[in-house]
Design a protein around this ligand. Sequence first.
Ligand code: ADP
Length: 755
Amino acid sequence: MGFSYAYSLKNNEVTLTNCDREPVHIPGCIQPFGCLLALNPQNLTVIQVSDNAQEWLNKAPGDVVGQPLMALVGEENATLLRTALEEDSIETNPRYLFSFTPHDKKLDALLHLHNGVLIMECEDADIPMSISREQAYSDANRIIARLQKSPGLREFCRTLSTEIRKLTGLDRVMIYRFMEDLSGEVYAEAKREDLHPYLGLHYPSEDIPQPARDIFRKIWVRPLPSVSYIQSEIIPLVNPITQKPLDMTYSFLRGASVMYTDYLKNMGVEMAFTLSIVVEGKLWGLVACHHYSPKIIPWPLRAVCELLAQTASLQLSAIEQNEFAGYRARLEESAQGLMEQMLAEGRELPELINLGLSGFMEADGVALLQNGKWHTQGAVPNQGMLQAIAEWVKQSFSTAPLGTEILHTHALSERLPAASICKDTASGLLAVPISRSNDRLILWFRGEVVQTVNWAGDPYSKKVVDSPGGERLMPRSSFALWQEKLRGHSLPWKALEVEAARRLRLAIMEVVVATSENVSRLNRELAASNEELDAFAYVTSHDLREPLRGIYHYAHYLKEDATQRQDEESEKRSESLLRLTKRMDSLIESLLHFSRLGRGSFIPEPVDMRELVEESIDILRASRAELKPEIRMMNSLPPAKGNPQRLRELWLNIIGNAVKYNKEIPVIDIGFDMAKNAYFVSDNGIGIAPENRSAIFSIFKRLHAKDQFGGGSGVGLAIVKKIVEQHNGRIWVETPQSGIGTVFYFTLNSENSHA
Ligand code: ADP
């Protein structure tokens, strides 16, 4: 134990930087409304004592340390204690065990065990109480019954403050409730009539530093009979069992932090008495009692108050749950409705918006992100801002503790300053990612609600004074009403809303999984039937060709016979039969080719699209020299990845059609549209009516009589479509800007395609 530690302990030196780490559980001193002994629980000898031993025990501290307890309290009491220890009935909560009279004062001994040390606190047994002990207990019963009947939260807290004030006779009893940001509000108050009300006032979170909160969560009662007490040191400072200063977390007499006493003095308070309200393991609030003159609350009365604090803690969680039971039920119902509709009708995620996602909870707007697209309803920020918020959400999740499912804030601009420009719509944000990668996201928004907060004194003015231990933070000295207009804040998200969003998220994820299972099943079935179809087409076309060849040969013989017989009629018929067979053969040939294309099975390689187009143009020019088409190609035709043979066939078909379906000299433009991320071929031909624009891609579909425009089998575009799809692309038709002709667009590789 170094000198500086002991020094700072003894002098209660708290500095600006350490006040949130102040070891308030080991102050090294006690308040003088009692006397403290630390004992070795094994042999019941005194190992530490407070330096006011003379006054209380009639012995100098040096004469107490090292003594057996028996010598101080008598044989009988020591046996009582030994039995209690054997029965394990002494725990961290101090328990009254016996009284003894070492001098002129009768003392009550309260004992507890903590960290292997037995702590005995002796208090005056004869402090006058305004009511008898029996009365106090029957009062407690009555109060508990009254509390149980209180309808709402506010009423409950009002009753609690009034009753505790009656019981203790203190000047002011406040129910102090913590907000989410750990600041506190006086939620209910009972006070002496002439006192100024504190009801509704807010106190910043720093007013109660973290170590104090940690202790309040563990203990139920904290007495401070006088803020201007003279502390009494523990001798020796270091406990011989633990080799550390005595841990007084659970001790009633524990010395108070100078920050705390200064704070109370600045408020003009002379005495404080605090009860903890702990709901579901969390410090919900405090029953903060102030008195304007010193006052000791005797331990029997403290025990009754403790009982009330415990009852209140239990009941508060039930009341809070009740308060929002209707809203909770509505949330659950609408979540269920949403999910049922999605499942039953196999809807896509974005449709949640239309199904009423915004009405799901009390929000001003909602935005849903899927596949890079936003779907919104109600008041939401613009797309750019949504994107920025989504990025921030993504980042926040990547640094959030594992298992974080939801992110919410009611002051977005404090965490993402860029969002201050859209605080009207997005001061509150509740973000729910649907997929691990965060590319599916639901964001609920709440607009700004300007609030006036009534602070007890300006929470931002911090006074610092020099002290031997460094700079010390002085509690503020003015508690006069200080109003703040709070901007950029929305109504906070209720715990039950966050919980409902969390559950909705799980439900949506289930639906998404179910739907994707469905889709992959359909895909498997489709693939199987496509394969069957291909196999069927291949077999039939293959098998049909043989008899067709036979028919062809017989027609040929018939024609020769007819020519020899000079039977013109039969000759014509046989010629027509030959023509039909040829046509049928070419149809079968196309079908065979189409089915041979198969599905998907090629290894993509880099393809120079420019080269393919040039080759296609050469082939066309050679085969249809008479048409003299004017074909213009953009300089920058980006390369692709895929199968070069199939892509050549694709170009050949599209450019071929552009030449073919034209009554003028064909003028054809070939290029790449950056905005659409698609290759295009536009012509000045006969155009395609909008109603036919999807039919043309069906196999054997032609819009013209078989002889018009040079004839054809109607398979070309079906093949083109198949090839585009094999390259994960899309093909569609538009009318060129000139209004004349047709333009075919196609994308390849969907991830960078026009969606
Ligand atoms: P085919 O050309 O063998 O008839 P396709 O499958 O290539 O078969 O085309 C289907 C139909 O689409 C054609 O019959 C034609 O009516 C129409 N078509 C195709 N390309 C064009 C175009 N560039 N301009 C106008 N019509 C076209």
